[in-house]
Design a protein around this ligand. Structure first.
Ligand SMILES: Nc1ncnc2c1ncn2[C@@H]1O[C@H](COP(=O)(O)OP(=O)(O)OP(=O)(O)O)[C@@H](O)[C@H]1O
Ligand SMILES: O=C(O)c1ccc[n+]([C@@H]2O[C@H](COP(=O)([O-])O)[C@@H](O)[C@H]2O)c1
Length: 193
């Protein structure tokens, strides 16, 4: 049987928003990938931990955002691993745990531009394909010419989790910026006030 092609979309998802979901769905339906796992990172090595909601709250928001889509899955694989989360270590663990899957990394052009700062990025690139969606406001950097880097033009929303947290902090509505179940959950449970 051919290996299942699984895309890994890593992020803090603090909180998940429609910009993330548009990318996950695009990659699951318009590329050779069979499915996309949204991997919730407890701590990004290059970002401050400040204003980060608890791991399981962020995971729950991703779960309720995608529960009706069989091609998308929320993953807590990094919760039990050493912090901060280095992607190369997570991939080594996943490869061992799921030998019948091929894992491809999904990232935005902004992340590709700083990939040379990631732990063992040469190994990451040698072992895995990377599907990159272009973000018009960022240049791609030197690694965009690597044979394992594949560029895609996906629909893009100009929003970020920081913008959403800021709206919530000031009591502004985030309706339609996040999926409806996430909006309803955040109304009842003020994670970012
Ligand atoms: N609007 C968007 N469209 C496409 N990709 C996005 C968008 N916002 C974030 N991403 C990408 O999604 C991944 C996970 O992002 P992350 O969880 O850090 O969200 P963020 O919205 O960038 O958060 P923050 O504003 O807190 O930095 C990253 O690779 C990031 O580049
Ligand atoms: O492995 C690394 O060295 C590394 C350095 C920076 C970021 N990452 C991962 O990349 C993911 C997306 O990063 P970001 O900055 O867009 O939130 C996040 O899950 C991080 O754990 C990984």
């Amino acid at each position: 049987m051919p290996a299942l092609q699984t895309g890994l979309f890593f992020g803090s998802f603090n909180p998940v928003h429609i910009g993330h979901l548009i990318i996950a769905n695009f990659m699951a339906t318009q590329t050779p990938l069979d499915e996309v796992w949204m991997v919730v990172s407890p701590q990004n090595p290059l970002k401050p931990k400040k204003s980060l909601a608890r791991d399981y709250d962020r995971l729950h928001l991703v779960q309720i955002a995608i529960e009706d889509n069989p091609q998308l899955r929320a993953s807590d694989i990094e919760f039990g691993m050493p912090k901060p989360s280095y992607t190369v270590d997570t991939l080594a663990y996943l490869k061992e745990k799921y030998p019948s899957r091929d894992f491809t990394l999904i990232m935005g052009g902004d992340n590709l531009a700083t990939l040379h700062k990631w732990k063992n990025f040469e190994h990451l690139l040698a072992e895995h394909q990377i599907f990159v969606y272009q973000r018009p406001e960022y240049s791609l950097g030197e690694l965009s010419g690597h044979p394992h880097v594949h560029l895609f033009e996906a629909p893009m929303m100009h929003i970020s989790a920081s913008y959403i947290r800021n709206c919530l902090k000031h009591g502004h509505s985030v309706r339609y910026l996040v999926p409806e179940p996430v909006f309803r959950y955040l109304e009842k449970t003020p994670l970012y006030q």
